[in-house]
Design a protein around this ligand. Structure first.
Ligand code: ZLS
Ligand code: CA
Ligand code: ZN
Length: 398
């Protein structure tokens, strides 16, 4: 096949229900489920389907999603439609929904959409529990902002929380790592009172140069390490790495390896969940970082090499062609394949990867050249962050 090397002995499973692709948040909305179509096309074009077990998971049921979410919130999600929403404005507000110009719009097939991506994450977790996979992948999941009883930041149901809860039925300690450019606030909040989940998020934090507002969701400063109450078991079981605009490959790789490595050493998780949001790439429509695809993939490789059962999920990513490139590359990292830089020519949607200023027709364009953000992360600031992170880890027992 196309540029494949011999796989290296991890059993990798790919959990994907193609029906998610057909959902639309609205034409101006940055979240584009068809980026999953592009991802799948690249994965197939490189022949990666022969190196993994492929599953088409069923949608999650109401009761499965109610293991985390409030039943009244789910009932609302189940019945709301673009046609009937105008009669329920007060309820929409209660669950953080709004009109068409909102982060969390009501669209056709919303309930179907949330059950599909949630079903895929739960099925992926199940495969790890069964020992049928060493690494289970769901690129359609990773909706880390959703709360128990409310939608937030393009996220309605928190598939990550559902998957982690499922892992907790057999695993004593689960580590959650989040490299999306946004803070993984929903997952952190869900497990704030337990010592059986440690949450670690890397993200942009602070005032945004473009909007003058705090960068969404506005939480996740270095001082946030979980509840401060000493009787709360979740104390010190969160770690947040706040970053400035424009962080580059070498800085991010160093930071990720240093901090994540220290957390793994100290916490000794028996399973790991990695949210691999692709909005931390250079040139992302919503992101502010300057990462290239291989630096993003370095995080996946690093986590894979810890050798624990790994659930790898998607998340943000708002320049669809680069989301597809990154998640295809990271799928290859999981199976231990290296991919040729020239894109296979016989792929549907090839036009999505052509006619770019740079990067047309190739898998690894230099994203740090496109729409470059000034790098406001100095070595001094990053050293300080690592120092403070190591300090918080000393509060972990054991
Ligand atoms: O982590 O910044 C905000 C909140 C607002 C500004 C935008 N308006 C619409 C609502 C109020 C303060 N929201 C962020 C949410 C980012 C969610 C990231 C999800 C994830 O990657 C995981 C999947 C935000 N940033 C950009 C937008 N919203 C945004 C941009 C453009 C549009 C179109 C559709 C809707 C309204 C116009 C919208 C939102
Ligand atoms: Ca993050
Ligand atoms: Zn994001």
């Amino acid at each position: 096949e196309y540029g494949l090397e011999r796989p290296r002995g991890y059993t990798v499973s790919f959990h994907y229900n193609p029906h998610v692709e057909y959902h639309h948040f609205g034409s101006s909305h940055p979240m584009k489920p068809w980026r999953l179509t592009l991802t799948k096309q690249l994965v197939l074009a490189y022949g990666l389907e022969y190196t993994m077990d492929l599953y088409t998971p069923r949608p999650a049921s109401f009761d499965e999603m109610a293991l985390f979410h409030d039943r009244d919130y789910l009932s609302f999600l189940q019945q709301i439609t673009p046609q009937n929403m105008h009669r329920q404005e007060d309820i929409l507000e209660r669950y953080s929904f709004g009109g068409e110009s909102n982060d969390c719009p009501v669209f056709e097939g919303l309930w179907n959409y949330v059950s599909l991506y949630s079903g895929a994450s739960m099925h992926a977790a199940q495969n790890l529990l069964n020992h049928q996979s060493d690494i289970a992948i769901n690129w359609s999941g990773g909706l880390h902002h959703a709360k128990k009883g409310a939608a937030s930041g393009f996220c309605y149901v928190n598939d990550i929380v559902l998957a982690i809860q499922h892992l907790l039925t057999q695993h004593q300690r689960v580590l959650y790592i989040d490299i999306d450019v946004h803070h993984g606030d929903g997952v952190e909040a869900a497990f704030e009172s337990t010592d059986r989940v440690f949450t670690l998020s890397y993200h942009k934090f602070g005032q945004d140069r473009f909007t003058s507002w705090p960068f969404f969701p506005g939480t996740g400063d270095i001082t946030d390490t979980g509840p401060s109450d000493p009787t709360n078991r979740g104390k010190a079981h969160a770690l947040n790495i706040p970053l400035e605009d424009g962080i580059d490959d070498d800085q991010y790789k160093w930071l990720f390896k240093t901090v994540t490595g220290a957390v793994v050493d100290k916490y000794q998780p028996t399973a790991i969940v990695l949210q691999s949001g692709a909005d931390s790439l250079g040139g992302d429509r919503l992101g502010r970082f300057n990462l290239n695809i291989k630096a993003h993939g370095f995080c996946v490789e690093t986590v894979k090499n810890y050798g624990r059962p790994l659930l790898l999920i998607g998340g943000g990513g708002y320049t669809p062609r680069n989301v597809a490139r990154t998640w295809c590359h990271e799928t290859a990292v999981c199976v231990g394949a290296s991919l040729h830089n020239d894109l296979p020519t016989h792929i549907p949607y090839i036009m999505a990867f052509q006619g770019e200023e740079n990067g047309g027709g190739i898998l690894y364009p230099e994203l740090h050249n496109t729409k470059r953000h000034e790098n406001n992360n100095t070595t001094q600031k990053l050293n300080k962050i690592v120092e403070r992170a190591m300090e918080s880890l000393r509060y972990l027992e054991g």
